[in-house]
Each structure stands twice: as C-alpha cells, then as structure tokens.
Design a protein around this ligand. Structure first.
Ligand code: AR6
Length: 171
C-alpha cells in the first residue's frame, strides 16, 4: 500500500473511491460534503436518500457507499465523523472507526485506490493534530493493508497539509 499526501480538492480525484465527511442524515451539508454533493449532482443525493429510506441514515463512526454521480471517482463512501466535545465522549475511537469502516467497505467492493479528507476537522472541530495522528495510525494498522494500492490523504487547508507532512515523515 502506498500512502500519498495531496493538497487540494477531493472532488477532482479520479480514484476508485473518495470518502465524504458526511452527517448522519446523509442529505448533504457544508464543507467537503457540500462540495461533493454539488459536483456529483442528483444521482448522489438520490442514492443517499435510498439508503436513508432503508436504514435511516448513518450513525457516527459508520460508513455507507454510493455511486459518485458526475464525479471522476467511481464511488463515494460516506462516513460520519464525531463532533469534538472535549475528548471524553469516545471521539478518538469514533474517528478511528470512520477510517476503519470506510476501508472495510472499500475492501468488500474491490476498491484499490481511495482518498480521505480530514474527517471531523472542519465544522466538527476535532483537533487537527490528533485527528491526523489517528487517521495515519488507523490506515497503517488496517489489515489486510496490501488489499489497497493507493491510499490518499487529501488536505484542503495548509495547517492539515503540514501536519500530515510532518507525521508521515516521522517513520
Ligand atoms: N476537498 C477536500 N477537503 C475539503 C474540501 C474539499 N473540497 N472542502 C473542505 N475540506 P468539514 P467535518 C476539508 O467541515 O468537520 C458538513 O456540513 C476541510 O478543510 O467538511 O467532518 C457535513 O454535512 C476540513 O479539513 O467536515 C457535516 O454536517 C475537512 O474537509 C459536517 O460538515 C473536514 O471538514 C461534518 O464536519
């Protein structure tokens, strides 16, 4: 597995799957979720509504997969990160579960290349450095990691990008 770091917009990536930092309604929102829904168009929203009708949305830490509509990626994996509430509400484990469950879904689907945004570090206020450390460790610990050719961390803001650069270079 190659771990890659990119600075930019996840909606431009032609990977097998991009991960969306969604909310439990699955109906879209701001941040990266808004950008993904805007660019993917109606097919994505309809796929999300179909999942909602079957299983009433997506719980924090879980993930669901849909078509990617008009995006260059083939699939969107929607995961719901925890809202940071000070760190005593299981936020760290819930964030790790987002990465783990997204990879498990991808594995089931035969996905080889996948890109993650910095889940929970925007509107949900998870501390960026801690979130980056959890993201990297969870990806490195995933078993079987050889199932994936390429895992991309895509950072939209400079602060996340430089945190990832530092942490990825530490080993
Ligand atoms: N490409 C990649 N990363 C992006 C992009 C983009 N186009 N746009 C923003 N980011 P956020 P959260 C980064 O707020 O904290 C939504 O309303 C951004 O810089 O999108 O998990 C959902 O519906 C930040 O580092 O997600 C939920 O209600 C990261 O994406 C709620 O926000 C995550 O920021 C989820 O909050």
């Amino acid at each position: 597995m190659t771990i890659e770091l990119i600075k930019g917009d996840i909606t431009t990536l032609a990977v097998d799957a991009i991960v969306n930092a969604a909310n439990s309604s699955l109906l879209g929102g701001g941040g990266v979720d808004g950008a993904i829904h805007r660019k993917a168009g109606k097919a994505l929203l309809e796929a999300c509504i179909a999942i909602r009708n079957k299983q009433s949305g997506c719980a924090t830490g879980n993930a669901v997969i849909t078509t990617a509509g008009e995006l260059p990626a083939k699939y969107v994996i929607h995961t719901v990160g925890p809202v940071w509430q000070g760190g005593q509400k299981g936020e760290e484990e819930l964030l790790a579960r987002c990465y783990r469950n997204s990879l498990a879904l991808a594995l089931d689907q035969g996905i080889k290349t996948i890109a993650f945004p910095n889940i929970s570090t925007g509107i949900y206020h998870f501390p960026k450095k801690l979130a980056a450390a959890i993201a990297i460790q969870t990806i490195r610990d995933f078993n079987p990691r050889d199932a994936f050719e390429r895992v991309v961390f895509i950072c939209f803001d400079e602060e996340n990008y430089s945190l990832y650069q530092t942490l990825l270079n530490q080993e």
